[in-house]
Design a protein around this ligand. Structure first.
Ligand SMILES: [Zn+2]
Length: 442
């Protein structure tokens, strides 16, 4: 039996003959020496067969792993031939060599590329024994090409969408104007999320109307009309963009963003009280209001240990403002728990009352925003859309950012989000062809 062709097929190569296979058992490395078939070598310019062989050139290429031999190299004898028609010599270029990364076969590039959809480039470079910078470049190039094949699934349900921004990085201001100017300028990426699929459909740089508009460009005009509910946070540019782009949509403020905002209001109060406690040298309040405890104060009772609850109770007894603040947060959640708009309005009216009575500035400010967006919040009460997906995705993106030890390259960060949390990967785009031949979409 002749297994030659089988091995050639396993390697994802073509039009060659195997001359030798060297195995190095010690480091499980294999070298496959192959030679191009003369009958399959064509002139690069006119595509005709070469008339004469000028010379054979040896080339080393990374190949996909063969069984337990993970480190596989192809040594290719490549032909340089003379073409009578063009009157010149050229090398016969097989299309299974990657056109951009010429030190590897398409099969190897695709297998490494698929690994990089799941883990970091560094990790892949260790697994496949290749240079990490080379792997990074390969990943970037592959994503760029695949972006041209990116299509949303045909049967995707777009009746409910979300838009959310994630923090990309903060740039240190180099020439600050004045002592009170901002030290850092944060940069954001706007993600368009489809909760029913649990995926990021598309994204763009920034957090203004333009950003959301360009993220929405991935939808067809029919799909834009089909959007019924759109959940965003209380951010006017987003709402403007949605109203302009998707006229049939009800803009809804979801619970995740509301909870975030009220926690922010509480945190402002905590800062004020922390300052006061320091001036008064009140040790208990100081300990409890330290920045790293801010999550404990807004956590629900079920998530806390008994000792933490005890401490909080002591603090609430000692500090009236914090007690009121915590009450406001709890009561606000109670309002959001209502199932009917009528009940929601009732509880909210009482919440406003409470707010006026306590006269805590952060909550008075928050009440103003609430009034402004009341209609949109009532949209949440009637639709009761869950926010688990958007929280989960945000968490996934945070992990992604951490795994890359923060990103400096905008484009890379955005594409990586689409790759890990969206449709820019081989599970959504069929890239089986890439194993043999690199596509040429141009
Ligand atoms: Zn020719």
């Amino acid at each position: 039996m002749d297994f030659q062709n089988d091995i050639i097929e396993f390697l994802g190569i073509q039009d060659v003959e195997i001359e030798d296979i060297k195995r190095f058992k010690k480091d499980l490395r294999a070298e496959i020496i192959v030679r191009q078939k003369k009958s399959e070598c064509y002139c690069q310019k006119c595509g005709l067969q070469f008339s004469t062989v000028k010379e054979w050139v040896l080339r080393k290429l990374k190949a996909p792993p063969l069984g337990i031999y993970q480190d596989c190299t192809i040594k290719l004898w490549q032909m340089r031939g003379f073409c009578d028609d063009c009157n010149r010599t050229s090398v016969a270029r097989p299309h299974w060599i990657h056109p951009k990364f010429e030190s590897m076969t398409c099969g190897f590039a695709e297998i490494a590329g698929r690994l990089m959809e799941e883990i970091t480039c560094q990790a892949v470079s260790r697994i496949v024994k290749a240079d990490s910078k080379l792997m990074w470049n390969l990943d970037q190039y592959r994503m760029e090409v695949m972006l041209q094949f990116l299509r949303l699934p045909k049967d995707i349900d777009v009746s409910y969408l979300c838009a959310d921004e994630v923090h990309f990085r903060s740039i240190r201001a180099t020439n600050r104007k004045g002592l009170f100017a901002k030290r850092y300028t944060p940069e954001f990426v706007t993600n368009l999320v489809c909760p029913s699929e649990g995926k990021v459909l598309f994204n763009s740089m920034g957090r203004n109307s333009e950003a959301l508009k360009s993220a929405l460009s991935v939808l067809s005009s029919g799909q834009k009309l089909a959007v019924e509910k759109f959940a965003v946070d209380m951010h006017d540019p987003y709402i403007l963009a949605i109203k302009a782009q998707c006229p049939n949509t009800e803009v809804v403020i979801d619970r995740f963003h509301l909870a975030k905002k009220i926690n922010e209001a509480f945190d402002k109060l905590r800062k004020i009280e922390f300052k006061k406690a320091r001036e008064k040298k009140d040790q208990l309040s100081q300990d409890m209001l330290e920045p790293h405890r801010r999550f404990i104060l807004v956590a629900r009772d079920a998530d806390l240990s008994k000792s933490e609850i005890k401490l909080i109770d002591r603090l609430r007894l000692a500090n009236r403002e914090i007690d009121c603040g915590m009450l406001m947060v709890e009561y606000f959640h109670k309002a959001l728990d209502q199932k009917k708009v009528r009940d929601f309005r009732k509880v909210l009216a009482r919440w406003y009352q409470l707010c006026r009575n306590t006269r805590l500035k952060p909550f008075l400010d928050f009440a103003k925003t609430l009034r402004k967006y009341r209609k949109n919040i009532e949209g949440y009460i009637t639709s009761r859309l869950t926010t688990a997906v958007i929280e989960g995705l945000n968490n996934k993106i945070k992990v992604l950012k951490r795994m890359g030890y923060n990103y400096t390259n905008k484009v890379s960060f955005m594409r990586k989000i689409l790759q890990r949390c969206g449709y820019l990967n081989h599970l959504s785009i069929n890239t089986d062809e890439f194993l043999f031949k690199w596509p040429n979409p141009a």
